[in-house]
Design a protein around this ligand. Structure first.
Ligand code: SF4
Length: 295
Protein backbone atom coordinates (compact mmCIF):
# COMPACT_ATOMS: atom_id res chain seq x y z
CA UNK A 1 0.00 0.00 0.00
CA UNK A 2 1.41 3.37 -0.99
CA UNK A 3 -1.38 5.78 -0.03
CA UNK A 4 -4.29 6.17 2.39
CA UNK A 5 -7.39 8.37 2.28
CA UNK A 6 -9.80 9.59 -0.36
CA UNK A 7 -11.24 13.10 -0.79
CA UNK A 8 -14.36 12.08 -2.75
CA UNK A 9 -16.53 10.72 0.07
CA UNK A 10 -18.92 8.89 -2.30
CA UNK A 11 -22.38 8.33 -0.81
CA UNK A 12 -22.07 4.55 -0.52
CA UNK A 13 -18.38 4.25 0.39
CA UNK A 14 -16.80 4.16 3.83
CA UNK A 15 -13.19 4.81 2.76
CA UNK A 16 -13.22 8.58 3.45
CA UNK A 17 -14.75 7.98 6.90
CA UNK A 18 -12.34 5.18 7.77
CA UNK A 19 -9.11 6.49 6.31
CA UNK A 20 -9.70 10.23 6.08
CA UNK A 21 -10.32 12.61 3.21
CA UNK A 22 -6.73 13.73 2.85
CA UNK A 23 -4.47 11.47 0.80
CA UNK A 24 -1.21 10.62 2.58
CA UNK A 25 1.57 8.64 0.96
CA UNK A 26 4.67 6.65 1.80
CA UNK A 27 7.94 8.09 0.40
CA UNK A 28 8.69 6.51 -2.96
CA UNK A 29 12.20 5.48 -1.87
CA UNK A 30 10.70 3.42 0.99
CA UNK A 31 8.46 1.54 -1.44
CA UNK A 32 11.36 0.84 -3.79
CA UNK A 33 13.43 -0.40 -0.84
CA UNK A 34 10.59 -2.68 0.37
CA UNK A 35 10.10 -4.14 -3.09
CA UNK A 36 13.82 -4.87 -3.48
CA UNK A 37 14.05 -6.32 0.05
CA UNK A 38 11.10 -8.65 -0.58
CA UNK A 39 12.85 -10.20 -3.62
CA UNK A 40 9.37 -10.82 -5.06
CA UNK A 41 8.40 -10.02 -8.62
CA UNK A 42 4.60 -9.93 -8.39
CA UNK A 43 2.75 -7.35 -6.27
CA UNK A 44 -0.74 -6.23 -5.40
CA UNK A 45 -1.04 -2.60 -4.33
CA UNK A 46 -3.99 -2.23 -1.97
CA UNK A 47 -4.47 1.54 -2.30
CA UNK A 48 -8.10 2.55 -2.80
CA UNK A 49 -6.90 4.61 -5.74
CA UNK A 50 -3.23 4.30 -6.63
CA UNK A 51 -3.45 7.33 -8.94
CA UNK A 52 -5.29 9.51 -6.37
CA UNK A 53 -2.34 11.93 -6.47
CA UNK A 54 -1.16 11.79 -10.10
CA UNK A 55 2.14 13.59 -9.42
CA UNK A 56 3.08 11.10 -6.71
CA UNK A 57 1.85 8.16 -8.83
CA UNK A 58 4.06 9.20 -11.75
CA UNK A 59 7.06 9.46 -9.44
CA UNK A 60 6.28 6.02 -8.04
CA UNK A 61 5.80 4.39 -11.46
CA UNK A 62 9.07 5.90 -12.77
CA UNK A 63 10.91 4.60 -9.71
CA UNK A 64 9.60 1.03 -9.88
CA UNK A 65 9.93 0.67 -13.67
CA UNK A 66 13.60 -0.47 -13.54
CA UNK A 67 12.68 -3.16 -10.96
CA UNK A 68 10.85 -5.10 -13.71
CA UNK A 69 8.01 -6.24 -11.44
CA UNK A 70 4.42 -7.08 -12.34
CA UNK A 71 1.70 -5.49 -10.29
CA UNK A 72 -2.07 -5.17 -9.98
CA UNK A 73 -3.94 -2.46 -8.13
CA UNK A 74 -7.01 -0.27 -7.89
CA UNK A 75 -7.41 2.99 -9.80
CA UNK A 76 -10.11 5.36 -10.91
CA UNK A 77 -11.11 5.61 -14.57
CA UNK A 78 -9.69 9.17 -14.59
CA UNK A 79 -6.36 7.41 -15.30
CA UNK A 80 -7.10 7.76 -19.02
CA UNK A 81 -7.32 11.54 -18.79
CA UNK A 82 -3.55 11.68 -18.34
CA UNK A 83 -1.83 9.82 -21.20
CA UNK A 84 1.58 10.02 -19.51
CA UNK A 85 0.21 8.52 -16.31
CA UNK A 86 -1.40 5.63 -18.17
CA UNK A 87 1.79 5.01 -20.15
CA UNK A 88 3.91 5.05 -16.99
CA UNK A 89 1.52 2.69 -15.17
CA UNK A 90 1.85 0.20 -18.01
CA UNK A 91 5.63 0.57 -18.31
CA UNK A 92 6.06 0.07 -14.55
CA UNK A 93 4.50 -3.40 -14.82
CA UNK A 94 0.78 -2.85 -14.27
CA UNK A 95 -1.02 -5.97 -15.51
CA UNK A 96 -4.52 -5.53 -14.09
CA UNK A 97 -6.58 -2.77 -12.51
CA UNK A 98 -9.67 -2.90 -10.33
CA UNK A 99 -11.82 0.00 -11.53
CA UNK A 100 -15.02 1.10 -9.80
CA UNK A 101 -17.40 1.77 -12.68
CA UNK A 102 -20.34 1.13 -10.30
CA UNK A 103 -23.09 1.80 -12.87
CA UNK A 104 -23.73 2.20 -16.59
CA UNK A 105 -27.02 4.01 -16.04
CA UNK A 106 -26.55 7.60 -17.23
CA UNK A 107 -29.20 8.72 -14.74
CA UNK A 108 -27.24 7.13 -11.91
CA UNK A 109 -23.82 8.30 -13.12
CA UNK A 110 -25.10 11.90 -13.06
CA UNK A 111 -25.63 11.61 -9.30
CA UNK A 112 -22.10 10.25 -8.70
CA UNK A 113 -18.72 11.91 -8.45
CA UNK A 114 -17.32 10.24 -11.55
CA UNK A 115 -14.90 11.84 -13.97
CA UNK A 116 -16.61 10.09 -16.92
CA UNK A 117 -20.41 10.09 -17.03
CA UNK A 118 -21.05 9.41 -20.70
CA UNK A 119 -21.30 5.79 -21.86
CA UNK A 120 -19.47 6.35 -25.16
CA UNK A 121 -16.62 8.12 -23.32
CA UNK A 122 -16.54 5.26 -20.81
CA UNK A 123 -16.15 2.74 -23.63
CA UNK A 124 -13.31 4.75 -25.17
CA UNK A 125 -11.60 4.99 -21.77
CA UNK A 126 -11.82 1.23 -21.19
CA UNK A 127 -10.39 0.54 -24.65
CA UNK A 128 -7.41 2.82 -23.93
CA UNK A 129 -6.60 0.90 -20.74
CA UNK A 130 -7.03 -2.46 -22.45
CA UNK A 131 -4.77 -1.36 -25.30
CA UNK A 132 -1.95 -0.84 -22.80
CA UNK A 133 -2.11 -4.56 -21.92
CA UNK A 134 -3.91 -3.93 -18.64
CA UNK A 135 -6.69 -6.37 -17.73
CA UNK A 136 -9.75 -4.58 -16.38
CA UNK A 137 -11.56 -5.86 -13.31
CA UNK A 138 -14.68 -3.70 -13.05
CA UNK A 139 -16.74 -3.21 -9.92
CA UNK A 140 -20.47 -2.81 -10.49
CA UNK A 141 -23.18 -2.04 -7.93
CA UNK A 142 -26.85 -2.94 -8.24
CA UNK A 143 -29.64 -1.48 -6.11
CA UNK A 144 -29.31 2.27 -6.59
CA UNK A 145 -32.58 4.20 -6.45
CA UNK A 146 -32.64 4.63 -10.23
CA UNK A 147 -32.14 0.92 -10.92
CA UNK A 148 -34.89 -1.00 -12.71
CA UNK A 149 -35.00 -4.39 -14.45
CA UNK A 150 -33.45 -2.71 -17.52
CA UNK A 151 -30.39 -1.71 -15.49
CA UNK A 152 -29.42 -5.38 -15.10
CA UNK A 153 -29.82 -6.07 -18.83
CA UNK A 154 -27.99 -2.88 -19.86
CA UNK A 155 -25.13 -3.62 -17.48
CA UNK A 156 -24.62 -7.14 -18.81
CA UNK A 157 -24.80 -5.89 -22.41
CA UNK A 158 -22.21 -3.17 -21.71
CA UNK A 159 -19.76 -5.49 -19.95
CA UNK A 160 -19.92 -8.17 -22.65
CA UNK A 161 -19.79 -5.67 -25.54
CA UNK A 162 -16.66 -4.09 -24.07
CA UNK A 163 -15.13 -7.49 -23.29
CA UNK A 164 -14.36 -6.61 -19.70
CA UNK A 165 -11.92 -9.12 -18.19
CA UNK A 166 -13.59 -9.78 -14.86
CA UNK A 167 -16.26 -8.07 -12.80
CA UNK A 168 -17.33 -7.90 -9.16
CA UNK A 169 -21.12 -7.68 -9.10
CA UNK A 170 -22.12 -6.08 -5.82
CA UNK A 171 -25.37 -5.31 -4.10
CA UNK A 172 -25.45 -1.79 -2.68
CA UNK A 173 -24.40 -2.13 0.96
CA UNK A 174 -25.34 0.73 3.29
CA UNK A 175 -22.40 0.76 5.68
CA UNK A 176 -23.13 2.64 8.93
CA UNK A 177 -21.74 6.16 8.79
CA UNK A 178 -22.20 6.51 5.03
CA UNK A 179 -24.66 8.92 3.44
CA UNK A 180 -26.44 5.93 1.90
CA UNK A 181 -27.07 4.38 5.33
CA UNK A 182 -28.39 7.67 6.80
CA UNK A 183 -30.74 8.16 3.84
CA UNK A 184 -32.12 4.59 3.92
CA UNK A 185 -32.51 4.67 7.68
CA UNK A 186 -34.37 8.01 7.57
CA UNK A 187 -36.69 6.56 4.94
CA UNK A 188 -37.31 3.40 7.02
CA UNK A 189 -35.81 1.15 4.32
CA UNK A 190 -33.17 -0.75 6.32
CA UNK A 191 -34.32 -4.37 6.68
CA UNK A 192 -31.69 -5.69 9.06
CA UNK A 193 -28.74 -4.47 11.08
CA UNK A 194 -27.16 -7.89 11.38
CA UNK A 195 -23.77 -6.75 10.09
CA UNK A 196 -22.68 -10.20 8.96
CA UNK A 197 -25.02 -9.72 6.00
CA UNK A 198 -23.46 -6.41 5.01
CA UNK A 199 -21.27 -8.31 2.57
CA UNK A 200 -22.05 -6.81 -0.88
CA UNK A 201 -23.89 -10.02 -1.78
CA UNK A 202 -26.99 -9.87 0.40
CA UNK A 203 -29.89 -7.42 0.19
CA UNK A 204 -30.29 -5.65 3.54
CA UNK A 205 -32.63 -2.77 2.56
CA UNK A 206 -35.68 -2.03 0.41
CA UNK A 207 -34.65 -0.83 -3.07
CA UNK A 208 -36.79 1.93 -4.59
CA UNK A 209 -38.00 0.65 -7.97
CA UNK A 210 -37.60 -3.11 -7.62
CA UNK A 211 -38.26 -5.58 -4.80
CA UNK A 212 -35.51 -6.91 -2.50
CA UNK A 213 -36.00 -10.40 -3.93
CA UNK A 214 -35.69 -9.14 -7.50
CA UNK A 215 -32.46 -7.35 -6.62
CA UNK A 216 -31.08 -10.49 -4.96
CA UNK A 217 -32.03 -12.81 -7.81
CA UNK A 218 -31.28 -10.57 -10.80
CA UNK A 219 -27.83 -9.71 -9.50
CA UNK A 220 -26.98 -13.43 -9.35
CA UNK A 221 -28.45 -14.02 -12.80
CA UNK A 222 -26.30 -11.29 -14.36
CA UNK A 223 -23.22 -12.74 -12.68
CA UNK A 224 -24.14 -16.23 -13.88
CA UNK A 225 -24.55 -15.07 -17.48
CA UNK A 226 -21.34 -13.04 -17.42
CA UNK A 227 -19.36 -16.06 -16.18
CA UNK A 228 -21.07 -18.63 -18.42
CA UNK A 229 -18.61 -20.57 -20.59
CA UNK A 230 -19.86 -19.01 -23.84
CA UNK A 231 -19.49 -15.51 -22.42
CA UNK A 232 -16.01 -16.20 -20.99
CA UNK A 233 -14.88 -17.41 -24.44
CA UNK A 234 -16.47 -14.43 -26.18
CA UNK A 235 -14.71 -11.97 -23.86
CA UNK A 236 -11.40 -13.79 -24.21
CA UNK A 237 -11.03 -12.17 -27.65
CA UNK A 238 -10.64 -8.80 -25.96
CA UNK A 239 -8.18 -10.09 -23.37
CA UNK A 240 -5.54 -11.82 -25.45
CA UNK A 241 -2.81 -9.70 -23.81
CA UNK A 242 -3.16 -11.69 -20.60
CA UNK A 243 -4.94 -14.94 -21.60
CA UNK A 244 -3.68 -17.06 -18.71
CA UNK A 245 -4.52 -14.53 -16.00
CA UNK A 246 -7.87 -13.93 -17.71
CA UNK A 247 -8.80 -17.62 -17.82
CA UNK A 248 -7.60 -18.32 -14.27
CA UNK A 249 -9.60 -15.41 -12.83
CA UNK A 250 -12.71 -16.27 -14.79
CA UNK A 251 -12.51 -19.91 -13.72
CA UNK A 252 -12.42 -18.78 -10.08
CA UNK A 253 -15.51 -16.65 -10.57
CA UNK A 254 -17.36 -19.48 -12.34
CA UNK A 255 -16.91 -21.63 -9.25
CA UNK A 256 -18.08 -18.80 -6.96
CA UNK A 257 -21.27 -18.34 -9.01
CA UNK A 258 -22.30 -21.93 -8.23
CA UNK A 259 -21.90 -21.26 -4.51
CA UNK A 260 -23.86 -18.01 -4.76
CA UNK A 261 -26.69 -19.71 -6.62
CA UNK A 262 -27.11 -22.26 -3.82
CA UNK A 263 -27.76 -19.41 -1.34
CA UNK A 264 -30.64 -17.95 -3.35
CA UNK A 265 -33.57 -20.07 -2.04
CA UNK A 266 -32.52 -19.35 1.56
CA UNK A 267 -32.12 -15.61 0.96
CA UNK A 268 -35.36 -15.39 -1.01
CA UNK A 269 -37.48 -16.96 1.70
CA UNK A 270 -35.83 -14.89 4.40
CA UNK A 271 -36.35 -11.66 2.49
CA UNK A 272 -40.00 -12.52 1.90
CA UNK A 273 -40.50 -13.14 5.63
CA UNK A 274 -38.78 -9.89 6.48
CA UNK A 275 -40.93 -7.89 4.07
CA UNK A 276 -44.12 -9.53 5.34
CA UNK A 277 -43.56 -10.40 9.01
CA UNK A 278 -46.18 -12.68 10.59
CA UNK A 279 -48.26 -10.66 13.14
CA UNK A 280 -47.40 -11.53 16.76
CA UNK A 281 -50.19 -13.28 18.67
CA UNK A 282 -51.37 -11.31 21.76
CA UNK A 283 -50.17 -14.04 24.16
CA UNK A 284 -46.62 -13.57 22.90
CA UNK A 285 -46.66 -9.80 22.66
CA UNK A 286 -44.53 -9.39 25.83
CA UNK A 287 -41.72 -11.31 24.13
CA UNK A 288 -39.06 -9.31 22.30
CA UNK A 289 -39.74 -9.17 18.59
CA UNK A 290 -36.78 -9.44 16.36
CA UNK A 291 -37.09 -8.13 12.85
CA UNK A 292 -33.83 -9.81 12.05
CA UNK A 293 -34.73 -12.78 9.93
CA UNK A 294 -31.16 -13.84 9.45
CA UNK A 295 -30.67 -15.02 13.02
S1 SF4 B 1 -15.74 4.91 -4.01
FE1 SF4 B 1 -13.58 5.31 -4.53
S2 SF4 B 1 -13.57 7.50 -5.03
FE2 SF4 B 1 -15.47 7.16 -3.88
S3 SF4 B 1 -14.93 7.56 -1.72
FE3 SF4 B 1 -14.66 5.36 -2.07
S4 SF4 B 1 -12.51 5.13 -2.56
FE4 SF4 B 1 -13.02 7.31 -2.85
Amino acid sequence: MTTRGCPYNCEFCCVSNLFGKKIRHIPVENIVRDIIDSRAKNFMFLDDNIIGQPKYAKELFRAIKPLKIKWVGQASISLVKDAELLQLASESGCKALFIGLESVSVEQLKTMRKSIKDIKDLEIALKKINKMGILIHASMIFGFDNDTEDTFKDTLRFLVKNKIGTVSFNILTPYPGTQTYCKLENEGRILTTDWQYYDHNTVVYKPKKISPVELQVWKTQVRKKFYSLSCVLKRLLGNLNNPLIYLALNYGHMKQVRIEEKRIPFLKSNLQRLMHPIPVKPEYEHEPITSNIYQ
